[in-house]
Design a protein around this ligand. Structure first.
Ligand code: ATP
Length: 440
């Protein structure tokens, strides 16, 4: 693992963002648990996305479909037959690779002639074998043929199969979108880079139903909008983001055009979100497999057609890793680690710190806490010196420290400390709500 990712991993554990799953049993590969700050941060990011998609766009509505669905859905979508990764094993050191990744590095496809990148043995690699990425389970008490179901490998299909019900119920007219946040599962051959590639993850997907012919323009618009989300809402450095356009050789079978938004992680440029023009592939497949009409009827024009779909599909966990990596700041000058998280998404907005544990300061601090906690996620911290408390909160990404001292008892003023600059200012308690509100 890259050393700068290791620093993020260690901070995540130390401050309660992310833990390896089942740690007391030696860990469970490629699954992670989100601790108190991790879940707050994850919620903030997904709520921001949800508001931006569904509240800011009158023609985009939400959906929450099941993780388990009719198995025919995955036949129609192509996942049963085509959702495979070619897998290569090294017979010598037992390392396992995905051949598509391997080809990029080795520029060779003659597996017997090339060296294992891990142990260096020549001729020890097996031919690529196909490996389906879907997790299978059984419905009912007996695991027999005909009872198989799959944990969904993407949330998109739940939207496609419901789209006419949603459209009818909400009286939507093309173009319109359906957004969904939910878990997806992929039995990844090689899961690595912390929460970047895991076997259980969350997707933030929005499927936009458009009239064929308008798809190219709308695709471009969504590409730009999605890039702007990372810069304007999540405060990611522009220079660490780029588009990667899929060429003929890596375009998915269902796509007319596809573009990834990539972030420059310490382990290299990698995809955080895909924007795809999926044409009417999925709807026509569901029409075929279900025998039900999937076309949309335009009442004004009296015409019926299968809409094209522009998809924006992001991984919440990859977004989180992007945010954490981007925010990590080793402030050597002041000998502290800071997470420069945007106050919009910081898991804790402010720490309320009575300077000492006596003279009525904790009681006064509690009163301030009671006012703030109805509006913001704030915490009460009276453990250790004030300097240590501030540094703890710097690592947690808390943008404000609010200190209650003896003067507070006299004139109702507090000291507010700003995380990045460490500037401190004295202000009236009544102004705190406004200051915190302005930043969120
Ligand atoms: P990759 O090429 O990295 O495997 P993909 O092209 O298969 O990704 P999509 O099927 O387009 O990914 O899924 C949309 C988004 O879901 C991705 O941009 C990514 O953010 C997220 N995602 C996909 N697979 C995983 C995974 N195993 N772990 C975490 N997030 C994932």
């Amino acid at each position: 693992m890259d050393s700068s990712i290791e620093k993020v991993v260690s901070l995540c554990k130390r401050r309660g963002f992310i833990f390896q799953s089942s740690e007391i049993y030696g860990g469970f590969s490629a699954i992670y648990d989100y601790g108190p700050l991790g879940i707050e941060l994850k919620n903030q990011i997904s709520q921001l996305w949800w508001r931006e998609m569904t509240h800011a766009h009158e023609n985009i509505v939400g959906l929450d479909s099941g993780i388990l669905m009719h198995p025919k859905i995955w036949e129609a979508s192509g996942h049963v037959n085509a959702f495979n990764d070619p897998l290569i094993d090294c017979k010598h050191c037992k390392a396992r690779f995905r051949s598509d990744e391997f080809e990029k590095d080795s520029k060779s496809t003659i597996w017997k002639d090339i060296q294992c990148p891990r142990c260096g043995t020549v001729g020890s690699l097996t031919e690529p074998r196909q490996f389906n990425l879907m997790f299978k389970t059984n419905i009912g008490p007996v695991a027999e043929k005909g009872t198989e179901a799959y944990l969904r490998p993407e949330t998109a299909q739940g939207i496609y199969v419901n789209y006419l019900l949603v459209q009818g119920a909400m009286r939507l007219k093309v173009p319109f979108g359906i957004a969904q946040i939910g878990k997806a599962f992929r039995n990844e051959i090689i899961a690595r880079n912390f929460i970047f590639r895991t076997r259980e993850f969350e997707q933030l997907e929005m499927q936009y139903f458009v009239k064929p012919g308008s798809d190219d323009k709308i695709f471009q618009e969504w590409k730009e909008k999605r890039m702007a989300f990372y810069v304007d809402f999540l405060n990611i450095d522009k220079s660490s983001l780029r588009f990667y356009k899929h060429g003929e050789d890596d375009l998915a079978h269902y796509a007319k055009e596809a573009c990834d938004i990539e972030y420059k992680f310490p382990f290299g440029w990698s995809e955080i979100e895909g924007v795809h023009n999926r044409t009417n592939f999925d709807l026509s497949q569901h029409e075929k497999f279900s025998g039900k009409k999937m076309s949309y009827f335009d009442q004004q024009k009296n015409e019926r057609y299968l809409p094209y779909i522009i998809e924006t599909s992001a991984g919440l966990n990859r977004m989180l890793l992007t945010v954490l990596t981007n925010a990590y700041w080793d402030d050597k000058e002041n000998n502290r680690i800071v997470l420069k998280l945007s106050p919009k998404i910081a898991p804790i907005k402010a720490a309320i710190c009575p300077l000492t544990k006596k003279d009525g300061l904790p009681e006064k601090a509690r009163k301030i806490m009671d006012i703030l906690k109805s509006k913001f996620k704030v915490i009460f911290d009276q453990q250790g010196s004030i300097g240590k408390r501030y540094y703890r909160q710097d690592e947690a990404g808390t943008p404000f420290g609010i200190t209650i001292d003896h003067q507070t008892l006299e004139d109702n003023t507090v000291t507010i400390r700003f995380r990045d600059t460490q500037r401190q200012e004295r202000m009236l308690t009544e102004n705190l709500v406004d200051i915190l509100n302005e930043s969120t």
